[in-house]
Design a protein around this ligand. Structure first.
Ligand code: NI
Length: 147
């Protein structure tokens, strides 16, 4: 992979905030953080342009009740998007956290997230979305700096 250099002008305060993030996340340097930011931005753009293969993680927190849990399970079975996995964490005596990994197109994933978020008893919903690249071309990036 060949690397290209380019110059960027940014406001001083923006750069200071960014450098604090670079230090906090223990990046080797600013360049690696900027590469990550660019990949994230590109992935969001892919997501918004609605290509076929998209992935999402839906995090929900709810007060567990049999009626709600039955509805949640039915929605996941009936959804056009494919729920690949669910992780259930018994947070407290009354509350559960679930993380659903979902695959599908943007619309089907968003629809499922909206349906689940609209259930009464769901207290927190957050959808994280990702796009898979078309080819292996983009698979060169490493995450060694997190080790
Ligand atoms: Ni639970």
């Amino acid at each position: 992979m060949s690397l290209k250099r380019f110059g960027v002008s940014v406001p001083e305060d923006l750069l200071e905030r960014f450098d604090r993030l670079v230090a906090r996340r223990r990046y080797v340097g600013r360049s690696e953080a900027i590469r990550d930011a660019m990949r994230l931005y590109l992935s969001q753009d892919d997501w918004e342009s609605d290509r076929d293969v998209n992935l999402a993680a839906l995090n929900i927190v709810y007060r567990h009740r049999p009626v709600l849990m039955a509805k949640l399970i039915k929605m996941q079975h009936d959804a056009e998007a494919h729920v690949m996995s669910t992780v259930h964490v018994h947070l407290t005596s009354s509350h559960c956290l679930e993380i659903l990994t979902i695959r599908g197109n943007r619309e089907s994933i968003q629809r499922l997230a909206d349906q689940i978020g609209g259930l009464s008893g769901i207290e927190y919903v957050r959808l994280f979305t990702f796009s898979l690249p078309d080819s292996d071309e983009d698979h060169h990036h490493h995450h060694d700096y997190h080790l």
